[in-house]
Design a protein around this ligand. Structure first.
Ligand SMILES: [Zn+2]
Length: 323
């Protein structure tokens, strides 16, 4: 499951394929997705699909596909050059260049990434070129937030919306990239490759998992409260990830004896021991408490107070629902 396989699942692939078959390519495609990493891949693969010389496009192997891959395609211009915002200067270069004929291919292609980050002024500048496009030019605009694109631009583009990916696809993708705990990370990714890779690259992820396990195993009295509270609070921006991990762990504990599909497969033995401590009634209540905390953190409640209260509530549940 590499990026090319992900591309074949995309809406963009389907739309371009049918437009190519009908010989009705649009002069401007606006592709939107919340998934930044996937969006960049879709953008470049869309260009390959247009230029590919093979029957099954994009092949990722022909001369044109490899020129695009290596940035040597003269009739392709990608803006912005770095990962910054698209500037008015970039737009002016695009407009000038759009009227120069393609040199090697049938058409000239402009891939304008992060078009939603372009200023209103910049968007207005390119409007006329999109209204009366030069012959043999195709624009691809990629956006994460379609709300930032002028309605006049939207109405002159063919819009393609990419939705989030199924968790099992993300999991397969992560496994192909040799990411540890692929299933767990996929389950926390909200269907976005970008989020999944961010979690995977977070060096502290392993420590966060260990802290969650430590809490499940060793949080037994108010004496432990200060320690766990300070450990959790020190995670700062990773606190939501910690809470998600904790919920995933408790879910695993509640089903570990019967299920083969644990997220933390390597912790199964430990979970079987923990399932002797945590009744399913306890776990249900604890998960409910954690989910309420996740909500409170989203609306910016006092972090310390919320975490301390959660820990006290967990102790209370453990005490009241003892086996
Ligand atoms: Zn090709």
């Amino acid at each position: 499951m590499d990026f090319l396989k992900l591309y074949f699942r995309s809406q963009t692939y389907k739309v371009l394929k049918s437009d190519q078959q009908a010989n009705m390519l649009s002069h401007c495609y606006l592709i939107s997705s919340k998934d930044k990493v996937l969006l960049d891949e879709i953008g470049i693969n869309a260009v390959k699909q247009i230029c590919c010389l093979k029957e099954d496009k994009p092949c990722n192997a022909c001369v044109n596909c490899s020129k695009i891959e290596h940035g040597n395609m003269v009739d392709l211009e990608i803006y912005p050059k770095d990962d910054k915002s698209l500037m008015v200067d970039d737009i002016l270069k695009v407009i000038d260049s759009a009227y120069i004929r393609p040199m090697e291919n049938d058409c000239k292609i402009f891939l304008l990434k992060n078009f939603d980050k372009c200023t209103i002024q910049g968007q207005n500048k390119i409007l006329k070129t999109l209204e009366e496009p030069p012959a043999n030019v195709i624009f691809f605009l990629t956006v994460q937030n379609i709300g930032n694109v002028l309605p006049t631009i939207l109405s002159r583009s063919k819009r393609i919306e990419e939705s989030g990916l199924p968790i099992d696809i993300i999991s397969q993708f992560l496994k192909s990239q040799n990411v540890l705990d692929a299933e767990l990370i996929a389950s926390m990714s909200d269907g976005l490759i970008t989020t999944a890779l961010n979690i995977a690259e977070n060096k502290d992820a392993r420590e966060i998992i260990n802290l969650a396990l430590h809490l499940c195993e060793n949080f037994n009295s108010t004496k432990d409260l200060l320690y766990f509270s300070s450990q959790i609070l020190s995670l700062k921006k990773d606190i939501p990830f910690f809470l998600d991990t904790l919920v995933a762990m408790f879910r695993d504990i509640s089903v570990c004896e019967s299920s083969q599909n644990l997220l933390f497969k390597n912790l199964k033995e430990k979970f079987i021991n923990l399932s002797k401590v945590y009744t399913s009634q306890m776990i249900q209540k604890i998960i409910l408490l954690i989910n309420q905390v996740s909500y409170k953190l989203e609306v910016n409640c006092n972090m310390t107070g919320v975490i301390d209260q959660l820990l006290l509530d967990i102790l209370e549940v453990k005490f009241l629902c003892q086996k």
